[in-house]
Design a protein around this ligand. Structure first.
Ligand code: ATP
Ligand code: MG
Length: 301
């Protein structure tokens, strides 16, 4: 396949039955100890993830990969995910792999390029932005209704299709109902971590599980929309600050005002983002309420 970082051979062999012959692999990401590829065959494509066997934290990542597989099974059982989403999983030399249905979409940051610039200030883009936020909220609403929080709502974990629909991926860290044994959740990407999660990370020991609740996803959604639309992360801290210092800043609950950083005025969208970023979880809207508020008024598209 001529890849500098080839996918695990065991996985590719097993995936042939799903994607057909003439398999090609394209590396999509290689960060924080895990890698993802698009595996394309004559009959279809899947997204394949595997832990990086050379990474020091690889054991944890392999365990996360196994945990995501369990989460996919539970979320499918609960009717949140389509049974066709999980394709296959297994172990390979150096760890674990997991394959899911290919979602044809762009990572959120890239999809927001037009909206972030001055040319975004037009009705079609306003309506597109509301649609993205609405479909993102609606996807999370299905998880929340089943008693789950995604717990890692951030721009790289959502893909935007060419019809402007948001599709949430990466269920590795999700927090579900019941006392099921799991890896302790200690927050995910700092920039999209809700203040109450930051506070819990700072005030508990490393092996304590923090159960993320739906309002933390709402904060993550607001932070992701803020970041991708304005080009700024919602909490002010230095780029090279230590993670714990960033979490201390997040835990205070203060964010930059969207009015001061927005590329152009869009009060309805700004208000929705600001509401998601309310410091107290109980002051944030539910994703169900957001999905209905963000429905574009007739004549705006
Ligand atoms: N089903 C999918 N269809 C298309 N692309 C996908 C799919 N799942 C993941 N990807 C792409 O692969 C990237 C990595 O996937 P994912 O976020 O699930 O892995 P990860 O190892 O948890 O990465 P990270 O730790 O950086 O979040 C995503 O950011 C996305 O661009
Ligand atoms: Mg991810």
């Amino acid at each position: 396949m001529g890849e500098a970082l080839p996918p695990p051979g065991e996985a590719v062999e097993l995936l042939r039955v799903h994607v057909g012959e003439a398999v090609t692999a394209r590396l999509l990401s290689d960060r924080r100890g895990s890698r993802a590829w698009k595996i394309q065959g004559s009959r279809g494509a899947v997204a394949l993830k595997a832990n990086d066997p050379g990474d020091a934290a690889s054991r944890d990542k392999a365990a996360e990969m196994a945990q995501e597989d369990e989460h996919l099974a539970r979320l499918t059982e609960a009717g949140v995910l389509n049974p066709g989403y999980r394709v296959a999983a297994g172990s390979c030399e150096g760890g674990r792999w997991l394959a899911v249905r290919w979602v044809d979409g762009a990572p959120t940051w890239r999809a927001f390029a037009l909206a972030r610039g001055p040319e975004g200030d037009r009705p079609a883009v306003r309506s597109w932005l509301l649609g993205v936020a609405r479909t993102w909220a609606a996807q999370l609403a299905r998880m929340h209704a089943a008693g789950w929080a995604h717990a890692d709502v951030q721009p790289t974990n959502t893909l935007i299709t060419n019809t402007g629909g948001a599709v949430v991926v990466d269920y590795a860290l999700a927090c579900g109902p019941g006392n099921v044994p799991r890896l302790p959740y200690r927050g995910a990407l700092t920039h999209t971590t809700a203040p109450e999660i930051a506070d819990a990370v700072l005030s508990t020991t490393k092996d304590t599980h923090i159960q993320a609740e739906p309002p933390a996803d709402v904060w993550g959604l607001g932070a992701s929309l803020y970041w991708c639309w304005t080009g700024h992360r919602p909490v002010a801290y230095e780029n090279d600050a230590d993670r714990l210092d960033k979490l201390r800043a997040v835990a205070k609950g203060a964010t930059l005002a969207v009015r001061d950083t927005r590329p152009w005025p869009f009060p309805e969208f700004e208000d929705a983002i600001a509401a998601c970023l309310s410091p107290s979880p109980e002051d944030r809207p539910t994703v169900q309420a957001l999905a209905s508020v963000l429905t574009p008024a007739k004549g705006t598209s």
